[in-house]
Design a protein around this ligand. Structure first.
Ligand code: PEP
Ligand code: MN
Length: 261
């Protein structure tokens, strides 16, 4: 078996299982986050995403609710029983973040923040590591090694698109990274189709491609009212769009030898 580890007491992630993670780009308020969590829970999605600390390109953009965002995630977890994944931006927040988050997300911009990778390696919780958008597969796998070297093998690798000369989409989803990485390391590889798409209507086709290429899961941005989202409003799916995508994945998984985690 390529990999097998616990995400929480109830969630064993192993080869053959397909991990679905959904939720808003950012935690904006309790109503927005908890309504999304409840909807996703109803569809059987086990893990809720949502940034409390947001790595925004411009300092003028919404930066996330910070510690208040973590409290909202705590409430979402209590009300739905979903596992939580949220991004760590500053190791000073690690302890607070770990008190809520079952999985620690390291974003694309921190993929090569080596001191941070060492610290989350030592922390021992599962880590979701997103590929730096300017990183080769080699660089990405070396980054992952900073975590596993600390004795933490619970690492989920995320292909989330890279910067290329192409500007029609926000980033270029490197679909071939999935089988290449799976061949090279015994870690799960999931795809985030939302950030490379940049536009909601491309999220479903990129998701289908990810399932077909053999990804071990998907992480998708979902928002109750995407046009009003405070970040990444163009790429987030509303509930109906997510439901129809989920229906498609339901049909594809058996063909691709995967069952939902
Ligand atoms: C995210 O998933 O919240 C995010 C900011 O994505 P990335 O780090 O891949 O840009
Ligand atoms: Mn986002």
């Amino acid at each position: 078996m390529r990999f097998s580890f616990d995400l929480t007491d109830d969630l064993l992630f192993e080869e053959g299982k397909f991990l679905m993670i959904g939720g808003p780009c950012a935690v904006e308020d309790a109503e927005q986050t908890i309504s999304t969590a409840k909807y996703l829970k109803k569809l059987g999605i086990p893990v809720l995403r949502g940034g409390a600390f947001k790595p925004r390109t411009s300092p003028d953009s919404f930066q996330g609710l910070g510690l208040n965002g973590l409290e909202i995630l705590r409430q979402a977890k209590e009300e739905t029983g979903m596992a939580i994944v949220t991004e760590l931006m500053d190791t000073a927040d690690l302890k607070e973040l770990m008190s809520v988050s079952d999985i620690i997300q390291i974003g694309s911009r921190n993929c090569q923040n080596f001191p941070m990778l060492r610290k989350v390696g030592k922390a021992g919780k599962p880590v979701l590591l997103k590929r730096g958008f300017g990183n080769t597969i080699d660089e990405f796998l070396n980054a992952a090694k900073y975590i596993t070297r600390e004795g933490n093998n619970k690492v989920i690798l995320v292909e989330r698109g890279i910067r290329t000369f192409e500007t029609s989409t926000r980033f270029t989803l490197e679909i071939s990274a999935v089988p290449v990485i799976q061949e090279r390391v015994d870690l799960p590889v999931i795809v985030d189709p939302s950030h490379p798409a940049g536009i909601a209507r491309y999220v479903a086709p990129l998701s289908r491609a990810s399932v077909a290429v053999g990804a071990d899961g998907l992480m998708i941005e979902v928002h109750p009212d995407p046009p009003r989202a405070k970040s990444d409003s163009q790429q987030q799916l509303d509930f109906n769009q997510f439901k129809s995508l989920k229906d498609e994945i339901d049909r594809l998984l058996p063909v691709c030898n995967r069952i939902y985690l």
